[in-house]
Design a protein around this ligand. Structure first.
Ligand SMILES: Nc1ncnc2c1ncn2[C@@H]1O[C@H](COP(=O)(O)OP(=O)(O)OP(=O)(O)O)[C@@H](O)[C@H]1O
Length: 686
């Protein structure tokens, strides 16, 4: 592992500076101090992680949770779960499938409300400011599949590292994280998905962790990071994590399914869950003794992780015995004092900071005696009134929640997200298939309506080309937006949950970043098919193109809005199909004699406005349409050509060009705004 000594230093997203040669690692509680727990097999001195020094040093987290109970849909998932983990330590949460490991991590990350219980970071309850210091590596690896690993990390760094860092420093940090997680060989490989082969499972896991490590978190929550990895990859990943925790004073909580003995012993603390209840909490190295104390003895050379899981998956009598013993252990003197303060009332309502103001501290009645029993490091963290969170609680907020600020400015977020949107959407929107489809269809339309005469007999055909063009690009844009949004939403939700950027920046960037891609294919289609029709006015060509593109981006807005509203793809496809079919029926080409009580439907059809505008431009600015010998237009009795007004009147009422344009722009704005409101207030990530 190559780690340059002069790597820049990342602060607590507030302040950065490069290290002096003589500078030592910060000596906060456990910061940079090898953990001395007996089961550590990692030589932390062999690793030189980037030194993250600040005036306000990244605060090590002493995480304590007590009496956590959670129920979902009336079903109890967690009951009275306790745990404690200190900076530089790894807490393993283990238990059979479905016992509540992920639920516990969701609680600790603040994504799930508690029925009762307390979660404290040093002396503060969990609040927004603290949430920014947590990284939560999900079980699923959620990425944009077409970006390479390096591109993914670079965008993350540009979005999530503070503006005070120069772009070069951010890239240096990306290099470093790639080195730390041994991702050098695959940094230019695309992430991939089930259709396109990209990173391997293990590499994806590392990539997932790398994205989160970029933010220099104080607390790392990892949900089964070793699942799906072979034993070597799993061990290497865990060793890396352990080294990182020790050398950087990070607090790590990790869920594990069936770890090898080596991995098991890398963990300092163990929380064993059984049906949502605590079956053991304490030092990992003491779990075998705990099981022996209840008469369950491990065979020699047996993996302790396998042994304890087998026991609690066994007979219900054994399970009850273990759970009872774990309950009794809470009364022991060596049970952590932070978890033993039963004189403090639990929060009984849904977890709410307003009920217990953070300025009270976690355990307001914690006596001096109890504080004295804490280890010195822990006590210092506990009493550290200069912590970021503590200070911000008292000074920056009025509602009891901690101060929250974005890592980067709106402008940075907008710029980076626009670039990323463009890069991510380009292979999808300008795929080979789409090019073939567009060029093929442009040629086909051009051949079908080739060199049309400017006569009344060809009027229907000219209108046919216009109507076909507007409806085709409406469908293309609407369904394109619809199908691309659900997978994108996963990534956006993940990033929004971790507080990476403002929704407004993303939303604006999506519009701007995708705009050149959205208009490219309709423009190519128009460029091919329109001249083949035999019309040669450049002005008409350009004006028609503008209305075709306006219609396309309006349709995209509608698709995006429907995609934002409906979590179920089937539902969104059905709604879109209904809307687009109705839009075509009332567009003014397929049906001209609409029953009077249904004419209002015409005003909901975006195609109607675009189609009308194209006719206005073509028939007023293009060459005149000559009357047929037996014309159906009364005007032909007086004139040899048909004016645009007569053509439009034959289809019912019509609006002037500017009014149609305004309505189309109104459609665009309203649907974009509605999409934003839905994402902001209704479909917010939990
Ligand atoms: N939103 C939910 N609605 C209904 N049940 C839920 C919900 N979330 C979790 N559960 C249930 O809670 C229990 C615990 O789920 P959780 O995902 O925490 O388990 P786990 O220990 O992480 O399992 P695994 O190891 O298989 O990932 C499961 O029985 C699950 O079905």
């Amino acid at each position: 592992m190559i780690i340059s000594k002069d790597l820049f230093l990342l602060g607590d997203q507030d302040y950065l500076r490069l290290p002096n040669k003589d500078e030592k690692r910060p000596q906060g509680p456990n910061m940079g101090r090898p953990n001395t727990a007996p089961n550590h097999r990692v030589d932390s001195t062999a690793v030189n992680f980037p030194c993250l020094l600040t005036d306000q040093r990244p605060l090590p987290v002493h995480l304590a949770f007590r009496g956590i109970s959670v129920s979902v849909n009336g079903r109890s998932i967690l009951q009275d779960v306790d745990g404690l983990v200190r900076p530089g330590q790894v807490l393993a949460v283990m238990g059979p499938s479905g016992c509540g490991k992920t639920t516990l991590l969701n609680c600790l990350s603040g994504r799930l409300k508690l029925d009762s219980g307390q979660i404290h970071f040093n002396r503060d309850p969990l609040c927004k400011r603290w949430k920014r210091k947590i990284c939560y590596v999900l079980q699923q690896d959620i990425f944009f599949p077409d970006l390479t690993l390096r591109q993914t990390l670079e965008y993350q760094a540009r979005l999530r590292l503070p503006d005070v860092m120069s772009p070069a420093q951010k890239m240096q940090y990306v290099d470093h994280i790639i080195n730390v997680l041994e991702l050098n060989n695959c940094q230019d490989t695309i992430i991939g998905d089930y259709l396109k082969r990209g990173l391997s499972g293990g590499e994806k896991k590392r990539a997932n962790i790398a994205c989160e490590l970029l933010t220099n978190p104080s607390l790392m929550l990892l949900d089964e990071p070793t699942s799906g990895l072979d034993s070597h990859a799993a061990h290497s990943l865990m060793t890396t994590l352990k080294r990182y925790a020790v050398s950087e004073g990070k607090t790590v909580v990790i869920t594990l399914h069936q770890p090898s003995s080596q991995i098991f012993h890398l963990c300092d603390k163990l929380l064993l869950l059984c049906n949502g209840r605590t079956a053991y909490f304490g030092d990992t190295c003491k779990v075998v003794d705990f099981f022996s104390s209840v008469g369950l003895n491990i065979m020699p050379h047996y993996n302790p992780a396998d042994f304890i899981l087998e026991q609690i998956k066994g007979h219900s009598e054994i399970r009850q015995k273990v759970i009872k013993a774990a309950e009794d252990a809470r009364k022991n003197k060596d049970y952590p004092i932070e978890l033993r303060c039963h004189d403090v009332p639990y929060i009984t309502e849904k977890y709410d900071h307003k009920i217990l103001p953070p300025t009270h501290g976690p355990y307001p009645s914690l006596e001096q005696d109890a504080l004295n029993q804490m280890e010195p490091d822990v006590r210092r963290l506990w009493l550290d009134t200069h912590s970021h969170a503590s200070s911000s609680v008292s000074s920056d907020t009025s509602d009891g929640d901690c101060y929250f600020s974005w890592p980067t400015s709106f402008w940075t977020q907008f710029k980076v997200l626009s670039q990323r949107n463009f890069q991510e959407a380009r292979p999808r929107m300008l795929s080979k298939l789409n090019w073939v489809q567009t060029i093929g269809l442009g040629i086909l339309a051009g051949l079908l309506w080739f060199q049309l005469e400017r006569r009344e007999e060809a009027l229907h055909d000219i209108q046919g080309w216009m109507f076909f063009s507007t409806t085709y690009w409406m469908l293309f844009a609407l369904f394109g937006a619809l199908s691309s949004f659900p997978p994108e939403r996963e990534v956006i939700n993940k990033e929004r949950r971790s507080g990476a950027y403002r929704l407004s920046a993303y939303y604006l960037a999506k519009m701007v970043g995708e705009l050149p891609l959205t208009v490219t294919l309709p423009a190519v289609y128009h460029l091919i098919s329109y001249p083949m029709l035999g019309f040669h006015s450049p002005l008409v060509f350009l004006t028609l193109l503008c209305f075709l593109l306006l219609n396309t981006i309006v349709a995209q807005s509608v698709g995006f809005f429907i995609g934002a509203c409906c979590m179920d793809m089937q539902v969104s496809i059905t709604i879109s199909a209904l809307y687009t079919l109705a839009t075509q029926l009332f567009g003014g080409y397929l049906a001209t004699n609409i029953p009077p009580w249904l004419t209002w439907m015409r005003y909901t059809s975006m195609v109607h406005y675009a189609y009308q505008n194209m006719q206005i431009v073509e028939f007023s600015d293009g060459l005149p349409i000559l009357c047929a010998e037996k014309s159906k237009f009364a005007i032909c009795l007086e004139s040899d050509h048909i004016p645009v007004s007569s053509i439009l009147e034959a289809q019912g009422t019509y609006l002037p060009l500017w009014a149609n344009t305004l309505v189309l722009m109104g459609f665009f704005l309203v649907f974009r705004l509605l999409g934003y409101i839905v994402l902001r207030y209704f479909n917010t990530p939990k």
